[in-house]
Design a protein around this ligand. Structure first.
Ligand code: SAM
Ligand code: SF4
Ligand code: F3S
Length: 486
């Protein structure tokens, strides 16, 4: 079993695997054709599905959450681990049955698996009609037309500049409080285990003004939290440009003043003190003091950093091409704790990477002991075809060992996260109300600054409001408290 620990029950990607598209409104009924979209993988993929929905809706397709009444079925897929791909294949076999009954429906595969497998997908999965990579969503309307004539339609071209900056995403399954905002695409790092640089292409940053405007719109529409997304947000870098005066052509840099991630964070934080700002993912080699100072300066930038380490062994980190050592990482964590003392910290970990010894594994455990993460996403290594590791190293750790190490890690982390929860009992936190608790109609849930889920009696509070809650108990994944009176 591949472990996914998501104790706060929120924000990360695979916790929402396979989530389908909820209809936006009754107005959807006026559309002549309907699409259904299911998303897998990371938050960026979920954000992409919102861009796809926007493109489809402006081309006359209405949403449905019932795939049986859809004319178009899309799976926005993930390739990060073998298991992620297997899940999609299994889902496709279910759609195969539907297509037998209704041959007119079109099935499209979007996202990273489409990019990785390209035309091969059409040979492997005969029922698929469209294969569209992450940078080709603008061509969807044309591709759908092509597929409607009975041809197979493919566009997996990667782009150096596509950021979908001008497309207003349609918020899917939204609670009206939290939204993802994509600030960049692709990745220029070459972590040897990772397929993302191949499926998402080169890194590019989105126009800062379009990001700020999207966040302003969200706030104006009642949203109270934005999560700025990128595979490596700390390398965000945007140089403003403007069209030069008549008689000249092209664009020129405006004062050549680049916008860095800390500057962008600041601009988004300044939109309104009631707009909470989160971000993901930070790379230990790139996160700067400027970013930490900016987090410390603004109350509405959440004190929470997801800082994936992957391994606690410098030798393995080098093979992974992470470009930092165990010592460097520890120094970063110390710096975070120095500048933002109450900062929540989470990580990603991989067990059983090529050549990992028991000693390397013990170093991963001891690093976790040092960091005492509030949250950790842990996986055993899954070789991905075409990656540097697949080409250079043998996947030589037997699966039972990978899994045993993973289990040891999960057990250790469970202790840390419980301790972290217990430390909060007796404290008082500002919580953004996100909705009604799944367990009880009479309770609400929200998150505190450090991204921990807090459950408390409903009183007369509503979604999108802030409330101070005093914590009086906890479980491994949830803080339980009493809200202040309004
Ligand atoms: N860009 C982020 C970073 O650098 O940390 C995260 C990228 S990836 C979408 C999310 C996590 O999946 C990684 O941090 C890593 O722990 C895990 N992962 C990536 N490739 C993997 C592989 N081949 N096997 C197991 N886990 C993998
Ligand atoms: Fe993959 Fe590394 Fe890029 Fe993260 S930083 S997406 S792990 S290559
Ligand atoms: Fe994300 Fe999976 Fe692609 S994690 S970037 S959807 S490979």
């Amino acid at each position: 079993m591949e472990a996914l620990i998501n104790l706060t029950g929120k924000t990360h990607d695979e916790a929402r695997q396979g989530e389908a598209y909820a209809p936006l409104s009754r107005e959807a009924a006026v559309f002549q054709k309907r699409f259904y979209i299911e998303s897998y993988g990371c938050a960026m993929n979920f954000a992409d599905s919102e861009v796809v929905a926007s493109i489809l809706q402006s081309n006359g397709f209405g949403p449905t959450k019932d795939f049986e009444e859809a004319d178009l079925i899309f799976l926005n897929t993930c390739s990060i681990r073998e298991k992620a791909e297997a899940t999609v294949r299994k889902r496709l076999t279910e759609f195969r049955k539907l297509k037998k009954q209704q041959p007119g429906i079109l099935i499209g595969v979007l996202g990273c698996m489409a990019e990785r497998l390209k035309e091969k997908f059409l040979q492997e999965e005969k029922l698929v009609d469209l294969v569209v990579g992450p940078d080709a969503y603008r061509s969807l309307p044309g591709l759908i037309e092509e597929a409607e004539t009975g041809q197979k339609a493919v566009n997996v071209l990667l782009s150096r500049d596509e950021t979908y900056a001008d497309i207003a995403p349609i918020r899917l399954n939204s609670n009206g409080v939290n939204a993802f905002v994509s600030i960049m695409r692709g990745c220029n790092n070459m972590c040897s285990f990772c397929v993302v640089p191949f499926t998402r292409g080169r890194e590019r940053s989105r126009d800062a003004d379009s990001i700020v405007n999207e966040c302003k719109d969200l706030f104006a529409n009642g949203y109270r939290e934005v999560t700025l997304l990128g595979q490596n947000v700390d390398s965000y870098h945007w140089i403003a440009s403007h069209t030069v005066q008549s008689g000249q052509t092209g664009t020129v840099a405006d004062n050549n003043q680049p916008v860095t991630f800390s500057m962008l964070l600041e601009r988004v934080a300044q939109i309104h003190p009631d707009l909470r700002v989160r971000f993901s993912t930070s790379h230990p080699k790139d996160i700067t003091d400027d970013v930490l100072y900016t987090i410390a300066k603004y109350d509405n930038i959440c004190n929470y950093i997801h800082l994936p380490v992957q391994s606690g062994s410098s030798r393995v980190l080098q093979l992974m091409n992470r470009t930092y050592s165990r010592e460097w990482y520890i120094a970063k964590v110390n710096r975070i704790r120095e500048l933002i003392p109450d900062c929540g910290l989470s990580t990603d970990m991989i067990t059983g990477f090529c050549t990992e010894t028991e000693e390397d594994h013990q170093q991963s455990l001891s690093l976790m002991e040092f960091c005492k993460y509030d949250l950790a996403y842990m996986y055993f290594y899954s070789e991905r075809p075409g990656t540097l590791a697949a080409r250079r190293f043998e996947d030589d750790i037997p699966e039972p060992i990978k899994k045993r190490r993973l289990q040891e890690m999960v057990d250790l982390h469970r202790q840390h996260s419980l301790q972290s929860m217990q430390r909060d009992v007796g404290k008082r936190f500002k919580v953004l109300v996100e909705g009604t608790s799944r367990k009880s109609e009479n309770e609400l849930y929200g998150r505190n600054d450090q991204n921990k889920v807090v459950v408390f009696p409903k009183a007369d509070l509503r979604k999108g409001e802030y409330v101070w809650v005093t914590i009086n108990a906890c479980t491994a994944g949830t803080l339980l408290g009493t809200p202040d009176h309004k």
